[in-house]
Design a protein around this ligand. Sequence first.
Ligand code: SF4
Length: 351
Amino acid sequence: MLSWFDRNQRALPWRQEYNPYHIWIAEIMAQQTQMERVVDYFSRWIERFPDIHALAVAPEQEVLKAWEGLGYYSRARNIHRAASLLAARHGGEIPDDHGQLLALPGIGPYTAAAIMSIAFDRPFPVLDANVQRILARLTDLDRPLRAAGTQRLLQEVATRLLAGERPRLFNQAMMELGALVCTPRHPGCDRCPVRDHCRALAADVVAERPLPRPRQEGVRITMACVILCHHGRVYIQQRLPDDVWGGLWEFPGGRLKAGESPDQAARRELREETSFRAGNLRPFRTVTHCYTRYHVTLHAFFSNLGQCSHVPVLRAATDYRWVDLAGLSGFPFPAGHRQLVGHLKKNWKNG
Ligand code: SF4
């Protein structure tokens, strides 16, 4: 595995110095994100926040903006909170201590093990999705990864494999093998360095390992929002801190109630969230996006402000702005609303 890794590893920016801060950021970014995108985001991030002190003093809005597009924004807020704690209590350094890492916001057992092994070369097995898949195939595991007791079993296997190896390189070799060779579909068993030890290959059941987990039904959600215009500016508001996209910005709106049409819901949500009255609603765009198991359809309407006062009564937001088109680029939006901003810009350009 080590010599295979030596020959085949990808040149990733955080593999140059193994700076613990870099490893931490890369590990959090890589959760649920493809590596090519991580490299882009990582490079911009390190340029903007070169160390933990710079990150700790940055405004949250800048941190969220740097994260925009990666999704799961609680990760960015946790990184920011952890940076403040590290600056205050650890001199702006990542502690070489598993327990202290686990005490930081957003660092669970997986990330703590990854930092301990990859940044500090300590013997902590790392069980990301790639490694779990390899182990399920190597051991010909005949139950789903989420089944009771399976994670502990894999942890024991990974710990045994790691014993006596060089943790930094061995863990990365496993993760890299899963990313490049032992892929979910069409694994390259003919060029795999551990094929002679693979029980799933010997039993000709590679395609059935790991066993799929029971299907979870997707949930469809329909939402509506209003792009409210007033003197060449549009209204945006900042979401409450404790919801899934807390701290991000949006056009006011929400879910349709039973029997409601999208325009009725848009009008009602605008009134409930801001006390604004909309003028005529004109359909603008309908966009769709998915997160976790939710499939969201968002209907957006244009409207002019139907009243004199342009000051809202905020009931679902902590802050608001009236911004021109260029100004919208300075704010982080969740996926659906970001698509609307893109359409607004295109429409504007095309007159
Ligand atoms: S032989 Fe195939 S299934 Fe087994 S570990 Fe290697 S790539 Fe994965």
